[in-house]
Write a new protein. Structure first.
Length: 124
């Protein structure tokens, strides 16, 4: 199993557990918002992780992917916030809080799945 597939699987499981934990606490609009946040966060995180994994042997490429992924996450949260606030979307607050929370939780999973083969490390 490739690290990206492992990350996607673990991330899906983590998001499912979080959604199940939040489910009884939310109304219908909140549930829709949390599910929408999950549908936005997981693909963004998987792509960001895949880019990190792909550039792990090139220090400059790795740093560019890491910084770029961070900026993409910030832009996604900002765009979603602008869209749902402007549209007056019901469940916007749970959606935005969940989106930021999912990004953070999935970010914490990255070191678990990120492996650098011995002997192929980058030296600064």
């Amino acid at each position: 199993m490739t690290p990206s597939v492992k990350y996607a699987s673990m991330g899906s499981g983590a998001i499912a557990a979080i959604v199940l934990g939040l489910w009884p606490l939310l109304d219908s609009d909140g549930r829709t918002g949390v599910l929408t946040a999950a549908a936005v966060a997981l693909p963004v995180q998987v792509v960001a992780f895949a880019l990190l994994q792909r550039t792990r042997h090139d220090l400059n490429g790795f740093l560019a992917a890491w910084i770029g992924g961070t900026l993409v996450r910030l832009v996604v949260v900002g765009l979603v916030a602008a869209l749902v606030i402007r549209a007056g979307t019901p469940g916007a607050v749970p959606m935005l809080l969940s989106l930021a929370g999912f990004f953070f939780a999935l970010l914490l999973l990255e070191p678990v799945c990120f492996r650098v083969e011995s002997g192929n490390t980058v030296e600064a």
